[in-house]
Design a protein around this ligand. Structure first.
Ligand code: SF4
Length: 482
């Protein structure tokens, strides 16, 4: 889970990169980093929120009119400072890179790079592997005559060798800014422009927030390059059927973003309409609908409209506590849910309350919310979820990589209902979720692997188990369990 940004402009870019990272902070809170270039690289990265890592002093030394930034939550590696992005190499060219995604053949590539390509890595971050594959592919080209075609060839090499999901931003010193998206386009990446200045970012909201005009999504399998004279080049290298991650619209992305032609807020409204119809069918008659703030809000309004009951703010969020979903430890998550949410008693007491949530992953938050509502004397607590039960690990960059953590794994909906303590639990069906998110967009298919177990990259069960094992090992090392 990461957010990336890259800018090439006719002004010093560091402040825009920093504001962009703040706009994308919901995508990762473990580390933040920026690298810029004028006549040399200027890098600052570290663990923590962007506002913790950066200050006026270190931002002022990040000079240059080209740069990239990243906010990260780790899915490979321990998340130590050495894994914070961006990364750089100097051979065969000065290249900086950051990404959003997860490389599923990371360990094989790491081994290959070290033993066969004599490229030595300094971290356990998967973008360092992508960067070195990219650099390795460039090594065999006549770089004295640098051209866009060389970047195309290096990116093709990445597509051939790197498996998984990756939306990449980077720059080549003295040459220009580049960005590419894996052939299935699992993670989002958008392009913006303002008076011949260019920006790429994980979400359109970051682009527009900085006063740039959102131009379009970078296409799956496409490489985009803007040279130092700000001439624009692009090529779709590989065309496969795109399978963007549906979880971006369900939960992850900002509601004010438009990804792959689908506005996140409208998608959440449509998810609410479908869930509302399912509630009608189940003859559910709540007195009030309340969203789990914030991502449940758009859906809750639609559910209330369909059911003809008021939608109210019954749960109040403390915005100064991080997203519990991306807190690394279960114990931290448990405590933070109650710290994060409080109840408006007058909205809840004596009422049949329908809570609308975007998803249930581990069940911790849902259980705590039901507990809070009961304590506030709700007469009934109904729980509506805008997506189906999550049962399978995500190997593409959302930190749900181990099967044991899913409350829905090997449990019936009735058992989950009892576990979270709700009177009625209603999940969205897979078909309704896909239809709702799609709306009238052109996308034909989404990645829905965490609901169905069908992985668009065709990764084998054995490889998934291996990734899960490595992830568990990393998490245990982090928790001090050998
Ligand atoms: S497995 Fe789920 S969370 Fe992961 S990319 Fe696919 S839809 Fe998104």
């Amino acid at each position: 889970m990461c957010g990336v940004i890259g800018i090439l402009a006719d002004y010093e870019v560091v402040h825009d990169l920093y504001v962009g990272l703040i706009t994308l902070q919901h995508r990762g809170q473990t580390s933040a980093g920026i690298v810029t270039y004028d006549t040399t690289f200027h890098l600052k990265k570290g663990n923590g929120l962007a506002s913790v890592v950066f200050n006026e002093k270190n931002l002022s030394r990040l000079r240059g009119k080209i740069g990239i930034g990243q906010v990260r939550y780790p899915t490979i590696g321990l998340g130590g400072e050495e894994d914070a992005q961006p990364f750089m190499v100097n051979v065969p060219l000065g290249i900086a890179m950051a990404h959003n995604g997860n490389v599923t053949n990371y360990w094989e590539l790491r081994e290959e790079l070290t033993t066969k390509c004599f490229r030595h890595l300094i971290s356990y971050s998967d973008v360092e592997v992508i960067l070195n594959v990219f650099a390795d592919e460039l090594t065999i080209l006549p770089l004295h005559n640098f051209s866009f075609e060389m970047i195309v060839k290096a990116t093709q090499g990445v597509f051939n060798r790197v498996e998984g999901s990756y939306s990449v931003v980077g720059f080549i010193a003295q040459q220009g800014l580049f960005a590419f998206r894996d052939p299935l386009g699992i993670k989002p990446l958008c392009l913006g422009e303002n008076k011949n200045n260019y920006i790429v970012a994980s979400e359109s909201a970051a682009i527009e927030h900085l006063g740039y005009k959102f131009v379009r999504d970078i296409l799956p399998g496409e490489i985009v390059f803007i040279d130092n004279k700000r001439r624009f080049y692009s090529k779709v290298i590989e065309t496969q059927m795109a399978t963007p991650c549906i979880f971006e619209w369900v939960y992850f992305a900002r509601p004010d973003s438009i990804l792959d032609g689908i506005e996140v807020y409208s998608a959440r409204e449509r998810l609410g309409e479908k869930l509302g119809l399912a509630c009608l069918k189940a003859n559910l008659k709540p007195d009030v609908v309340i969203p789990v703030p914030d991502s449940g809000r758009g859906a809750a309004q639609a559910v209330a409209r369909i059911l003809g009951v008021p939608q109210k703010e019954g749960l109040i969020k403390n915005y100064y506590i991080g997203r519990t979903f991306i807190m690394p430890k279960q114990s931290q998550r448990k405590n933070l849910v109650t710290l994060k949410l409080n109840v408006v008693k007058s909205v809840i007491a004596g009422k049949k309350v329908l809570v609308v949530d975007d998803s249930i992953v581990r069940g911790t938050t849902a259980q705590q919310i039901v507990g809070l509502l009961r304590k506030a004397e709700a007469s009934k607590v109904y729980y509506g979820v805008t997506c189906p039960p999550i049962k399978y690990p995500c190997v593409y960059g959302i930190d749900m990589m181990t099967r044991g953590e899913f409350v829905a794994r090997n449990r019936s909906i009735e058992t989950i209902r009892r576990k979270i303590g709700a009177d009625i639990l209603i999940y969205q069906t897979l078909e309704d979720m896909c239809e709702a998110v799609k709306g009238d967009a052109k996308i034909k298919k989404f990645c829905t692997a965490c609901y169905t177990g069908t992985y668009p990259t065709g990764i084998s069960k054995k490889e998934i188990l291996k990734l899960e094992k490595e992830r568990l090992k990393a998490l245990n090392r982090k928790r001090g369990i050998s």
